[in-house]
Design a protein around this ligand. Structure first.
Ligand SMILES: Cc1cc2nc3c(=O)[nH]c(=O)nc-3n(C[C@H](O)[C@H](O)[C@H](O)COP(=O)(O)O)c2cc1C
Length: 250
């Protein structure tokens, strides 16, 4: 199994979403020992915005007129079996770097010809330009800052249900993302992330993550009172940065 892990956070090593994605991937590699993982931080890549010219649909089908790091990233998508998009939730959507990546993948989607997807069969909104793309599994792994994920991922879910068809992708989410970088909480963080490793192992065994497992992931790491106290400390105590102790935050 070949896995491509893309992270759309600009926070590099301190990214909470990549911590969650690493935990999930550990579950896969622990179950499928010969799994190969390629990790890419999109912040290190040059990804221009889609120009909207649709030349990739009209003139040179499947080919984008912009040549930047998307050439390499599209090849990586083709070369891997599981594509993991890991990202922080920004205003209830994907951050712009990840969105730029997704938009630029339009060249791999067939042109729109007035026929939409089929909700009942769960087919994609647009046909994939290359049939191999239909065999790949897409996993979204995201962290958000709110206390609970409940209510936060409706827009992402709606978007991907329409694009991919319900059930054709896996959505893994974690709340209290800012707390995952707080070093004084590492014991709790490690324990919390074990659930994501178990979800990765289940994904490797069955190709999906059950509703039962997803409901376990939805249980927040910290109880309400602790979370509220710590998040307020983040904003009010000058010795604590927005993501952990001062001097350690980026
Ligand atoms: C511009 C911006 C927008 C954000 N919007 C949301 C949001 O809509 N809902 C939410 O729960 N958290 C929001 N957050 C918090 C991040 O999603 C959260 O801290 C996340 O865990 C950061 O992940 P990262 O460390 O991988 O970048 C936002 C943060 C930023 C900087």
């Amino acid at each position: 199994m070949k896995i491509l892990l893309l992270n759309g956070s600009m926070r590099g090593d301190r990214s909470s979403s990549i911590k969650v994605a690493h935990a999930f991937v550990r579950g896969i590699t622990g179950t499928v020992p010969d799994a190969e993982v390629t990790e890419v931080l999109l912040r290190d890549k040059k990804i221009e915005h889609c120009l909207g010219c649709l030349s990739c649909w009209k003139n040179d089908r499947g080919k984008c007129i912009i040549h930047d790091d998307m050439d390499e990233l599209r090849d990586l998508v083709m070369a891997n079996d599981v594509i993991i998009e890991s990202f922080p939730l920004y205003f209830f959507g994907q951050p712009s770097k990840m969105k730029a990546f997704v938009d630029r993948m339009i060249s791999y989607v067939s042109e729109y010809r007035g026929v939409g997807g089929n909700e009942e069969s769960g087919s994609f909104l647009h046909k994939m330009r290359y049939p191999e793309l239909m065999q790949k599994k897409l996993v979204l792994v995201s962290s958000c800052g709110y206390e609970k994920t409940e209510g936060c991922y409706g827009p992402i879910k709606q978007q991907y249900d329409i694009i991919c068809g319900e059930g054709n992708y896996t959505l893994i989410t974690a709340s209290q993302g800012g707390m995952l970088a707080e070093e004084t909480l590492q014991g709790k963080v490690d324990k919390y992330l074990v659930k994501f490793t178990e979800a990765g192992a289940e994904f490797a065994r069955t190709g999906r993550v059950s509703e039962e497992t997803l409901s376990k992931l939805a249980v927040p790491m910290l109880g309400h009172n602790t979370f509220e106290r710590l998040i307020n400390l983040n904003w009010d105590d000058p010795n604590v940065g927005p993501y952990g102790r001062k001097g350690q935050a980026q």
